[in-house]
Design a protein around this ligand. Structure first.
Ligand code: PMP
Length: 421
């Protein structure tokens, strides 16, 4: 990356000139030593770090503007409401949703999917109805459907993946039948890095008249999403994977679907009127936002999306692709390493195992070298089962990773070899 062509004005240079050194300076947390070594953070798929503009936006709100939203006529409440609803508009723009009525703030991807399962699925599904997912889903896109199946008698069907970790699209299509009520798929697999062909899946869903939910937890950080162009009905993501804070996320839902759903949780803010004879519901999106929301979280998320837009979503994705290609070559050259997940189209995730070494031992040793990676089943136990491994080690990349980070990872993996080789 950062190869500098002679002609600095050429469009090629403009594309190549992603200044990772400058980006890194925006992330104060990266500037530290762990176990006596400069930190290399390769665990952004679990949670990404936050740049200074996000930290500043949150601190500014907490220091100057905090009050409850939608309630007070006083100035602080108005400022808080403006900032909170302004963040919703930023999310709308980012996803290219038609209206802020379609943007529901939730705790994260997990809550968004549970909301759809309970508010969309529970009143609709009957025994024998089918929810179609894939083999590479995170538990957050499996368990809510299992709970719903237990409540309604519906059945969860699973489309297979191949040995590279690619979805078998023909098999998925064959599984769509007259009883299929919803297709729910990941945009990007957190365990394998596979990018799913969302446009093609959306076309299949449309052709069969079945709504499509996309778990975008790993999609939003790594590419441009246009929910309207793709024809997605529900899209869920988490702030903390896209340079924003924890405890905030988004459910995008097509307005016609959200309007037809009952509230999920009851309480303040989600009502229009309450009496003991019965209550009526607020308009979208507040119908789905019971109680005081995570105001500062939404503001931080808005700032995070602005930050990503300023860097350039495409420029970040291109940078990460270069890191992934480099890491794929360098890590697979370490003796004893086997990559788990070798799909043709991947994003920012490199999962692997090492002969004779448990992934947890890999994680512990590389941590002592200052390199933070994730080890375990990555909340995707069926993926581990599919590949016949109990766990993997996973390095994941973000806008602030440098090719040196990969050199440090590879050097640390050689240390692992020394210990266990
Ligand atoms: N889906 C995917 C693909 C994920 O990677 C994650 C987070 N690991 C989730 C869902 C759940 O996200 P959260 O914990 O933020 O709700």
């Amino acid at each position: 990356m950062n190869a500098a062509p002679a002609n600095r004005d050429s469009p090629i240079h403009a594309r190549a000139a992603f200044d990772v050194e400058r980006v890194r300076r925006d992330f104060p947390v990266l500037d530290q030593q762990v176990h006596g070594r400069p930190l290399v953070y390769l665990d952004s798929a679990a949670s990404s770090q936050r740049p200074r503009p996000v930290l500043d936006a949150m601190a500014h709100y907490e220091t100057h503007d905090h009050a409850n939203v939608h309630r007070g006529v006083h100035l602080l409440s108005q400022r808080a409401t403006e900032a909170f609803e302004g963040a919703r508009e930023r999310v709308r723009r980012f996803l290219n949703a038609a209206s802020t009525r379609e943007i529901v703030f939730v705790r994260g991807t997990t809550e968004a999917i549970n909301l759809v399962a309970q508010a969309w699925g529970r009143p609709r599904l009957a025994p024998g109805d089918e929810i179609l997912i894939t083999w590479l889903e995170h538990h957050a896109n499996i368990v809510p459907w299992q709970l719903l199946a237990g409540q309604t008698g519906a059945v969860v069907k699973v489309a297979p993946i191949d040995d590279r970790g690619e979805l078998d699209l023909d098999a998925l299509e064959r599984l769509i039948g007259p009883k299929t009520r919803l297709i729910a798929v990941a945009h990007v697999s957190n365990a394998l890095g596979t990018v799913l062909p969302i446009g093609r899946i959306a076309a299949l869903a449309r052709a069969h008249g079945v709504p499509l939910l996309v778990d975008g937890a790993q999609g939003v950080p790594h590419g441009r999403i246009d929910v309207r162009a793709l024809g997605i009905d529900f899209y869920a993501f988490s702030g903390h994977k896209v340079y924003g804070p924890t405890g905030i996320g988004v459910l995008y839902g097509r307005e016609a679907l959200l309007a037809d759903m009952p509230p999920w949780q009851g309480g303040g803010d989600m009502i229009r009127t309450v009496s003991f004879a019965g209550s009526t519901w607020n308009e979208l999106p507040w119908k789905f936002e019971a109680g005081t929301p995570n105001i500062v979280g939404a503001i931080g998320l808005g700032a995070a999306l602005d930050y990503l837009e300023r860097l350039g979503v495409e420029a970040v994705a291109a940078h990460e692709q270069q890191l992934l290609a480099l890491a794929t070559r360098a890590v697979s050259a370490v003796p004893g390493v086997r990559l788990i997940g070798t799909a043709a189209h991947k994003a920012a995730v490199l999962s692997f195992v090492m002969e004779g070494t448990h992934p947890h031992d890999i994680g512990t040793i590389v941590d002592m070298e200052g390199v933070a990676i994730r080890t375990g089943h990555h909340c995707a136990m069926p993926v581990m089962e599919r590949f016949g491994v109990p766990a993997t080690a996973r390095a994941s990349f973000a806008c602030y990773n440098h090719p040196h980070d990969i050199e440090r990872l590879v050097a640390a993996l050689h240390k692992v070899r020394e210990v266990f080789g």
